[in-house]
Ligand binder design. Structure first.
Ligand SMILES: [Zn+2]
Length: 184
């Protein structure tokens, strides 16, 4: 099998082309599964447990009334979100949680922050590039080629500034490739 792929670069290209969407699909599924598990964790119950049987509170908090009591919270469908990652642009369903007061609940998701558009794996990549002295335009070109998305120079500049601004120690204290360990 692999020998015929080696003989024909076109076949290798089409193999890679097939690999990309499947990888994105896998990353999407893993993100959604992780988020669902974290909702179960912060609500202290799975889908089929009644909420009034739970009397615990945690880091999830209602935007409106400020309660942390998990029994006040219910699952409320999903919101479609997009993240630019090193695997490409991933569309995924972010679980929504609502409080009995009608307020929306801020979930302390470990893998996605509120309003996050660029995922931490790509931020780490940009961090390495900045460390190596890669220019913003080169980063932009690499992201366009690898991730098939346009990232504005201003956005990239903001990322680089965030990375290199005051606690610059984090730049050297973060071991390279640390983000991969998460998925290891
Ligand atoms: Zn509330």
């Amino acid at each position: 099998m692999s020998t015929s792929i080696n003989k024909n670069p076109l076949e290798f290209k089409s193999f890679l082309a097939n690999l990309q969407p499947q990888l994105r699909q896998m990353v999407q599924e893993m993100i959604e599964s992780q988020l669902t598990q974290e909702v179960d964790q912060w609500l202290y119950r799975g889908r089929h447990t009644r909420r009034h049987q739970v009397s615990r509170g945690g880091k999830a908090i209602c935007h409106r009334c400020g309660t942390r009591q998990a029994k006040a919270f219910s699952r409320n469908g999903h919101r479609q979100r997009q993240l630019v990652t090193t695997y490409g642009v991933i569309s995924f369903r972010l679980p929504r949680v609502v409080c009995e007061c009608g307020g929306s609940v801020r979930m302390p998701f470990s893998i996605v922050r509120p309003y996050q558009r660029v995922w931490d794996d790509l931020i780490d990549q940009v961090k390495r590039w900045a460390h190596w002295g890669v220019s913003l335009r080169q980063m932009q070109a690499a992201i366009g080629e690898q991730i098939k998305t346009q990232m504005g120079l201003r956005k990239l500049n903001t990322l680089v500034q965030d990375i290199t601004s005051p606690p610059a120690l984090t730049l050297t204290s973060v071991p390279p490739l640390s983000c991969w360990m998460v998925f290891g």
